[in-house]
Ligand binder design. Structure first.
Ligand code: BG6
Length: 476
């Protein structure tokens, strides 16, 4: 279908996210004909730039990361505008400039993308409302983190909700835009063979890992206040958990899917009090305090976790007794995100040397699905077993370019489809489970366990599984 004409206003439009992710994603959409000819992209920032300055900045900073198509690039640059703004301040000239730019285009779809810190979401929406810029065709996109705990996220949701209806609010979790994450739903609900064994009778445990080899250089200002639990678990890892654990929805429909996801979050067994030290691990890589940054390390820096591992449980009929192990960290030996379904062993082994089946759903770097099955090694002697992967590599099977997560999500926002965005109750249910862990960590006198950069985290992360005879999945 032909895309609607839209005005996409990006607040924080000259920031890192915009330059590294949003603008390249929009250029790809443009290149593939998914932006209507009149669609405009309006960056707002404190920067004091005019349209020409902003186009020059994008030309020098973004062009090298996108395909070299000069005609399309010139057309794309022509869509860009810049408005300087003082949010919540006394200087209203920016709002007047935005109003002039949008005037006469009230029938277009309007998307306000807030790629700025969460405390600006409320004031921004209030100012938009004050300037009379919110039309029935308007949507607002909220970047994570949505608050820093349940109370602050409720506050933000309530403030934004004063000016926008829930159907107009798109809360981004870019993991939901990843190709393999959407494929997880297809794997589970478009294939019959998995469903009968997708439960505690057949599955021993689940592992969800998002490992990164990068550290946090230049991000201390943000990261000290976030930490791995807020930065990755509350959103990305819990989203993966919900998609893995949810019941089959009756329809491929925005509310049906989100309803099932919320139920999983509500079924998470709270980890409270002294259970926190048994079921969660915090780590910090050696050298975190020495990372280059514009802000010097503080007491907070010493306490922040760059790694965490958690043993979660979904208390419902399907999953009771199946641990869901979550782990994420910076400065690990590799960049890899995956979901591992570890099946139970055969009920009665007649061959020596077997090991239980395992399904690995790889999100990145190479998207794919691997089922490890036991096979007999060829030979005339004794039967020797070997686990062999049945592999589906998306890169090898499909030749189409895999779009970046943001590309998919921006197209969905422009099309008004919120299925891959988090509903208010989902975000709040996730915080409700995270809060007691945060509180216990914050009131603890212990610091995170140190781990050397380039390793798979502190010893505690291995003990978390090791004490029940399990181990984290590593590449053979
Ligand atoms: C972001 C976090 O949400 O996700 C970053 O703020 C993290 O700290 C990033 O590096 C990881 O995303 P991806 O797509 O590279 O796995």
């Amino acid at each position: 279908p032909l895309a609607h004409e839209a005005d996409l206003v990006v607040f924080g439009g000259t920031g890192d996210l915009s330059m590294r992710k949003l603008l390249p994603a929009l250029f790809h959409s443009d290149l593939e004909g998914r932006l209507a000819p009149q669609t405009r992209i309006i960056a707002m920032s404190r920067g004091g730039l005019d349209d020409a300055d902003f186009r020059g900045k994008v030309d020098s900073e973004v062009r090298q990361s996108v395909p070299d198509e000069s005609e399309a690039w010139q057309r794309f640059l022509g869509r860009l505008h810049h408005v300087s703004v003082d949010v919540g301040g006394d200087d209203t000239s920016g709002w007047a400039a935005l109003t002039r730019l949008l005037a006469g285009h009230e029938q277009r779809d309007r998307v306000f993308y807030l790629a700025s810190p969460p405390m600006t979401f409320g004031p921004f929406c209030r100012d938009l409302h004050g300037a009379g810029l919110i039309t029935p065709q308007s949507r607002v996109v909220l970047e994570k983190p949505l608050g820093r705990d349940l109370a602050s996220s409720q506050l933000i949701n309530a403030e934004v909700g004063r000016y926008f209806a829930e159907e107009q609010i798109f809360r981004i979790d870019h993991y939901l835009g990843k190709e393999t994450v959407q494929n997880l739903l297809v794997l589970r609900f478009a294939n019959a063979f998995l469903e009968p064994i997708w439960n505690s009778l057949w599955i021993d445990h689940v592992q969800i890992t998002a490992a990164e080899s990068v550290g946090t250089p230049g991000r201390r200002g943000y990261y000290d206040h976030a930490g791995a639990l807020r930065d990755m678990v509350q959103n990305h890892l819990l989203q993966l958990l919900t998609l893995t654990a949810m019941e089959p929805p009756a329809r491929n429909d925005r509310e049906a899917i989100r309803d099932e996801k919320v139920k999983v979050l509500q079924a998470l067994r709270p980890i409270v009090g002294d259970e926190v030290s048994r079921f969660t691990v915090r780590g910090q890589y050696d050298g975190y305090l020495d990372e280059p940054s514009s802000t010097p390390p503080t007491e907070l820096s010493k306490r922040v976790e760059t790694f965490t591992a958690i043993r979660a449980e979904v208390k419902n009929w399907r999953w009771s007794g199946v641990p869901f192990y979550l782990r994420t960290g910076k400065r690990m030996p590799y960049r890899r995100s995956e979901i591992v379904i570890q099946f139970k062993d055969v009920p009665h082994a007649i061959f020596p040397g077997g090991s239980p089946n395992r399904l690995v759903i790889r999100l990145q770097p190479e998207e794919g699905i691997e089922l490890h099955i036991m096979a007999k090694e060829p030979g005339a002697g004794e039967v020797t077993l070997k686990p062999v992967p049945l592999k589906l590599s998306f890169g090898q099977t499909f030749t189409a370019r895999v779009p970046e997560a943001y590309e998919r999500l921006l197209s969905d926002v422009l099309a008004g489809n919120p299925t891959l965005f988090m509903r208010r109750d989902e975000v709040e249910a996730a915080w409700r489970w995270i809060d007691p862990i945060l509180e216990a960590w914050e009131s603890s006198s212990e610091l995170p366990e140190p781990y050397p950069g380039g390793t798979t985290g502190p010893a505690g992360a291995h003990e978390l599984l090791g004490r029940s005879g399990r181990a984290w999945h590593e590449e053979e």
